[in-house]
Structure formats: structure tokens, C-alpha cells
Design a binder for this molecule. Structure first.
Ligand SMILES: *[C@@H]1O[C@H](CO)[C@@H](O)[C@H](O)[C@H]1NC(C)=O
Ligand SMILES: *[C@@H]1O[C@H](CO)[C@@H](O)[C@H](O)[C@H]1NC(C)=O
Ligand SMILES: *[C@@H]1O[C@H](CO)[C@@H](O)[C@H](O)[C@H]1NC(C)=O
Length: 456
């Protein structure tokens, strides 16, 4: 039970950081001492709820003391047998908004061994994308400063939304020969390792902004341990801090299942922006990868990645899967919330938002049956994608918005998706936007989510 308890503490600490102020956290602060008693009550309920989960999980395991790990895992993830639904968990009744978070009923396959990539899976829009490697002609306004994202003009930006054979900006843009690197430098050995990966789970911690959460090893199949790359991108500072806390990579560069990859020469001063490089550009970092799973560092992988790929991509016949926000579906609300929580420079948010409105972004209408998405606001801490041309294109476009405007990627998601669809009426990005998944996938973290819906 120890890890579960520690999990709660981690959640609490997360809430203290200015970068992770949750809706709940802010309300709590504002209500101040008056809410002290309710808070105590809330905590008591929370702890009780966590313990119920512990009992649900570990109690079940105890019923099968002799079975091997793999079978145990099967039983655990089988939605029918043991779905750890929130209605089996004692929920704090006094917070009605929490009732809105759906119970998790993700019926994953029972074993990785049964999985087969569907034959027709790669039947998505087919075109060939190339990426700007080097900007030969320095831009007029800024002739000497090469940028990681390059200097994409507005015309180039407009053209980049067309899903046709073309060369687009997608980060990793080098300057003219002889100029210093534009950043995100990796050592050769890591590059070689990364170039061999065909399925990737990745995450990052830059600027010592978080703990290292290791994938729950006993829930990861032997197949995935052998065939999936688990890559944690960190900067040197973070690695040193982790080492001081007792997590030192072994001689092969691993801490648990994570292979630690040190990034030097970070391309942006804003660590959040830097974090968007591995988050969006896994198809650039892992050129041979067919599939990738992205996890924010606040989440712990609690499920076999192949089961996730099967469930979210293969079975849904989708090339890109992302969760939507717990409560917000409209970019207007997201903008307001970002300002309210002082998430970013207000002027910069307004610039981005006005630009999008002038280019067709409209309010989300939940009653419109023709909505191409269930929400325009993602909760992008968990992304599963096939590296298809359309999925790669979307990733590049979304990254370019973050590079051009603010690092608040939930402001640009809906706009980017809608513009991509509008520009290519005959092609689709088959995107599966799902309700926030909870206990089944990242059991610990999702449970945190329920207690502390971290807004981003
Ligand atoms: C996409 O097109 C390329 C080049 O025409 C071809 O080699 C490839 O097999 C196609 N992929 C699919 C999935 O059809
Ligand atoms: C796009 O590129 C592929 C090769 O990757 C080629 O087979 C195809 O004909 C090209 N399509 C167009 C419209 O040029
Ligand atoms: C906020 O953003 C605006 C526009 O991007 C910029 O001019 C201004 O300097 C920024 N303010 C701060 C405090 O960073």
C-alpha cells in the first residue's frame, strides 16, 4: 500500500506549486480559513477513498496468491471482472462537481499476447511530409538568430496546413552552417538508441519541476519491456537533482524502465515550451517509430503501452487519441481560466486568441450534432498516436502554434484541428478524443485527477 499513500502526498505537493495550481487549490485559497473544516472533511474522505482503492486492488490480488504476474495483470485490467469504478469508491459527497468525472470503464484487452495489429490499420491519408532541416536564408528581421522552430512566414504557415506532399517547419531547424545549434541537443549514443525504437513511451522533466514516476513494472508485459522504448527526457539539472534524491541511472542509462535521455542546450527559456518538443515531436525524435504514447511527468504509467495502443488506436481505428478536458470544452472558457489563474502573460494570450478568432475559431456548441470533436479543449497529458502522415502533420502544426504563440497548448488544439480539417475537406485526421480516463490506465494518477483536477 505504500506507493498509494505516497501517491497522495505527491498529489498534495503538486498542488502547492504555482505551476500546478488546480481549480480546487485556488478555490481553497480564496475561501481561506472558513473552509478549514470542509477541507479536513475532504481530506478524510479522500484518504478513505484512496484506501478503498488500495483494498480493491490489493485485496483482489490476494485472492490469487499463486498466479503469475501476467495473469494477475489480465484480471486486473479486464473491465468486467474488476473495473475499479468510482462508484465502488467512497466519494466525498459534498463536492458535487466531482460527480461529473465519469467512472472509468476502459475494457482493455486481457493480454498483450492476443494483440495483432489490424491488417488495414495504416489505411489513412497517405502523403509524404518532409521537414525544414536548415534555413538557408536568414529572415530579414532577424538575420543572425537561428531558432529551433525556424522563421516560418505566415504564408508558409498557411501552406503547411495542406495535407499534401510537402516540406514544412517542424522544429529542429538548424541555422546556417557554422552557427551554434538551435538546441535540444542529444548525445550520439542516445540518438542511435532512439532511432531503433518502433514503439515509444516518452515523458519529460525539465528544470527539476517534478518527481520521477516510474512505470509500474509489474503491470508491463515482458513483450513491452523487450520491444517498447521508455524514454524520459531530462535536462542536466534535473538528472543531478534526481541523483541527489537517490535515483541514479544504471550503467546503461536506466532508472527502472525509464531510459534517461539528457537534453542539453534547451531551445526555449520557457521550460513548458521546451516540454512541448518531446510531447509533440515524437515522430521527429524517433524516426522509425510507428506508435508513441506521451505521458506528462505527473502521470505514472500503470498499464501496458501495447494495450493502450490496441484500445485507443487499433480498436477505434484512429490515428491520434487524446483526452478532453474535465470540465471545459470551449476555448473562450479556457482563455478566461488561463488568465484567471495567471497561467501566462495576458497580452500574449489575447494576441493568440484574437488571431484565432480572426481565422475562424468559433465557440464550441455542445448541442451541435455535427461537431467534429466532443470538445475543443484537450487534457493533453496523455496522447497516443500512430505515426501516420496526417497525425505527424497535425503534431507539427500544433507544435508550430506553440512555437509561434504561447506554450498553452490547449488554446491552440481546437483551432489547429479545425483549420486542418477545413483546409483538407477530402482528408481526415482520424482523431479519437476520449473522456478523461481514470483508474484503469494510470490508476494512481487518475485517482489524483479525481481529487485534484489539475488544470493546465
Ligand atoms: C503510402 O504511399 C507510399 C508511396 O506512394 C507507399 O510506399 C506506401 O506503401 C503507402 N502507404 C500506405 C499505407 O498505403
Ligand atoms: C507524393 O509522394 C509519393 C511518394 O512518397 C508519391 O508516390 C506520390 O505520387 C506523390 N504525390 C503527388 C501528388 O505528388
Ligand atoms: C507579454 O506579451 C507581450 C506580447 O507578446 C509582450 O510585448 C510583453 O513584453 C510581455 N510581457 C511580459 C511581462 O513578459
Amino acid at each position: 500500500m505504500l506507493p498509494e499513500r505516497r501517491g497522495v502526498i505527491v498529489g498534495a505537493e503538486l498542488n502547492k506549486g504555482p505551476d500546478h495550481i488546480s481549480d480546487h487549490g485556488v478555490r481553497t485559497v480564496r475561501r481561506g480559513r472558513r473552509s478549514g473544516r470542509r477541507r479536513l472533511l475532504f481530506w478524510m474522505f479522500s484518504i478513505a477513498a484512496v484506501f478503498s482503492i488500495c483494498i480493491a486492488v490489493f485485496g483482489f490480488k490476494m485472492l490469487f496468491p499463486g498466479v503469475e504476474e501476467h495473469q494477475n495483470f489480465s484480471s486486473l485490467t479486464d473491465g468486467k471482472d474488476v473495473s475499479i469504478k468510482s462508484d465502488t469508491v467512497e466519494q466525498p459527497k459534498k463536492k458535487p462537481h466531482r460527480g461529473r468525472f465519469n467512472p472509468c470503464e476502459v475494457a482493455l484487452a486481457s493480454s498483450v499476447d492476443e494483440l495483432v495489429e489490424p491488417k488495414a490499420f495504416w489505411n489513412f491519408a497517405n502523403f509524404s511530409l518532409h521537414y525544414v532541416e536548415r534555413e538557408e536564408i536568414p529572415s530579414l528581421e532577424n538575420p543572425t538568430a537561428p531558432r529551433f522552430g525556424g522563421h516560418q512566414t505566415l504564408e508558409e504557415r498557411e501552406r503547411s496546413f495542406h495535407a499534401v506532399n510537402q516540406t514544412i517547419h517542424c522544429g529542429f531547424v538548424k541555422g546556417l552552417e557554422g552557427l551554434p545549434s538551435t538546441g535540444f541537443d542529444l548525445v550520439e549514443e542516445d540518438k542511435v538508441y532512439m532511432s531503433t525504437c518502433t514503439v515509444v513511451v516518452s515523458s519529460c522533466i525539465f528544470g527539476s519541476s517534478d518527481f520521477l514516476r516510474r512505470p509500474t513494472s509489474k503491470l508491463i508485459s515482458q513483450y513491452s519491456k523487450k520491444n517498447v522504448c521508455f524514454i524520459m527526457f531530462v535536462d542536466k539539472e534535473t538528472l543531478e537533482k534526481l541523483s541527489k534524491e537517490g535515483s541514479t541511472p544504471d550503467e546503461r542509462g536506466f532508472i527502472g524502465l525509464w531510459r534517461m535521455v539528457v537534453v542539453s542546450n534547451l531551445p526555449y527559456d520557457d521550460m513548458r515550451k521546451t516540454g512541448k518538443v518531446p510531447k509533440f515531436l515524437s515522430h521527429r525524435l524517433f524516426p522509425s517509430a510507428r506508435y508513441s504514447v506521451w505521458l506528462d511527468s505527473k502521470m505514472r504509467l500503470h498499464t501496458d503501452p501495447m494495450l493502450l495502443i490496441d484500445y485507443f488506436l487499433w480498436r477505434k481505428k484512429s490515428e491520434y487519441a487524446i483526452s478532453n478536458h474535465y470540465t471545459r470544452h470551449c476555448v473562450w472558457d479556457e482563455v478566461q481560466q488561463n488568465k484567471h489563474l495567471n497561467k501566462y502573460n495576458h497580452t500574449a494570450i489575447d494576441e493568440q486568441f484574437l488571431f484565432y478568432q480572426s481565422d475562424g475559431l468559433h465557440k464550441f456548441d455542445p448541442s451541435d450534432p455535427n461537431n467534429p470533436l466532443p470538445s475543443y479543449v484537450p487534457e493533453g497529458s496523455f496522447i497516443i498516436r500512430a505515426h501516420t502522415p496526417m497525425s505527424n502533420l497535425f503534431s507539427c502544426l500544433w507544435f508550430n502554434e506553440v512555437d509561434r504563440f504561447t506554450s498553452r497548448d490547449q488554446l491552440s488544439f481546437g483551432y489547429t484541428f479545425l483549420k486542418l480539417m477545413r483546409t483538407n475537406p477530402d482528408k481526415r485526421l482520424v482523431l479519437h478524443m476520449f473522456k478523461v480516463i481514470c483508474n484503469c490506465i494510470t490508476s494512481l494518477l487518475c485517482f489524483h485527477y479525481k481529487l485534484f483536477p489539475l488544470s493546465k
